[in-house]
Design a protein around this ligand. Structure first.
Ligand code: NAD
Length: 354
């Protein structure tokens, strides 16, 4: 059996592919465009493992996606591919529309063609799982209940608007064409292999290199944090047992203001890697001008996933953040390659790039 994953060289997709192959032998076809966020160094442990087939390409390339589906006959397609960084979406929204909206449309059309052509007895088992974000729901004030699956979509950034559009397309392809889709809307992830433009890896790496730890505005923006491997287990569970056409919110019940997250990281670093000059990492915090349209609070009600599918996260924020920091301290070669861009040169050497 085979699954097709898009965006499997990114942060969550990469962790998912590694977890998937750790847990079973089902082959993974990994289609990734290798934007700045795609990093094959994350998957170097799979080098020579024929259960993993990497394909360098774009979900917007219909001919390529059609060929992959026809050649490999996957039993499921999981769509991680996206432009995912809110700040970048503010400065250049075009790529977000292209990949997140047009790319998802293209993938849906290719998958629909493939699914239509499956023999009747294979159709019921096929799934298209779309990985999305809690940011589609907009922002909450302090006393609002966490987002559940019935909340209205109110996206506020070009990123969340493009993801909201993709979620709507996925929904419509189910209702109109009967495509067996599932959608997950997850809160902020953190963990190994996270590109260092995002808050948690940025703070860890800046702290270690003596740079400022930039905090937007007053640092009181609240996010729910989920350890990435818990997100991966939720996706596996939804793929296995989710009801077709449904959406499932995924979260860690870990609401934290950004400033608290940074203080926690600093305190763990003080313990694990004390500074030689006796100063503390939190002294490096620097408040910077807030991001335009910055959502104040996200919180996820993940009870549907718990109730219907029995999923629960394994990590608390305290255990997950410690594991994450230990991972960054122990994997400086991965960090060096990302920050130096050396992994790009590595691409051509290790894999056949189409
Ligand atoms: P990421 O930016 O780390 O990785 C995205 C991957 O997609 C990269 O490998 C990139 O090369 C690839 N890609 C981009 N455009 C492509 C295209 N046109 N065709 C093929 N591949 C393409 O993102 P991530 O953090 O791993 O997020 C994965 C998915 O999960 C996204 O859909 C994102 O919206 C969603 N999500 C992320 C978070 C989070 O906290 N990171 C939370 C909830 C949901």
């Amino acid at each position: 059996m085979t699954i097709l994953v898009s965006g499997g060289a990114g942060f969550i997709g990469g962790n998912f592919v590694l977890d998937w192959l750790r847990q079973g032998d089902e082959r993974v076809i990994n289609l990734d465009k290798l934007t700045y966020a795609g990093n094959l160094d994350t998957l170097r442990g799979l080098n020579g493992d024929n259960r993993h087939v990497f394909v360098h390409g774009d979900i917007g390339d219909r001919g390529l996606v059609d060929t992959l589906l026809a050649t490999h006959q996957p039993r499921a397609v999981i769509n991680f591919a996206a432009e995912s960084h809110v700040d970048r979406s503010i400065h250049g929204p075009g790529d977000f529309i292209q990949t997140n909206v047009v790319g998802t449309f293209n993938l849906l059309e290719a998958v629909r063609g493939h699914w239509d052509g499956l023999p009747g007895d294979e159709k019921p088992a096929f799934r298209f799982l779309h990985v999305s974000t809690d940011e589609v729901y907009g922002t909450l004030s302090k006393d609002d209940a966490p987002f559940n699956e019935l909340n209205r979509y109110e996206p506020n950034s070009p990123y969340s608007a493009s993801k909201a559009a993709s979620d709507h397309l996925v929904r419509a392809w189910h209702h109109t064409y009967g495509l067996p889709v599932l959608t997950t809307n997850c809160s902020n992830n953190y963990g190994p292999y996270h590109f260092p433009e995002k808050l948690i890896p940025l703070v860890i790496l800046n702290a270690l290199s003596g740079k400022n730890l930039p905090i937007y505005g007053d640092g009181q923006q609240i996010r729910d944090w989920l350890y990435v491997r818990d997100h991966c287990s939720a996706i596996r569970r939804v793929l296995e047992a989710g009801r077709v056409g449904e959406t499932y919110n995924v979260g860690g019940w870990n609401e934290k203001p950004n400033l608290d997250v940074v203080h926690t990281i600093c305190a763990i670093l003080d313990e694990l890697r004390p500074k030689a000059d006796g100063t503390r990492y939190r002294d490096q915090i620097a408040f910077v001008k807030d991001r335009p349209g910055h959502d104040r609070r996200y919180a996820i009600d993940a009870r549907k996933l718990e109730r219907e599918l029995g999923w629960k996260p394994e990590e608390t924020f305290e255990t997950g953040i410690r594991k994450t920091i230990e991972w960054y301290l122990g994997n400086q070669d991965w960090v060096q390659n990302v920050t130096s861009g050396a992994y790009r040169e590595w691409v051509g050497k290790q894999y056949e790039v189409q």
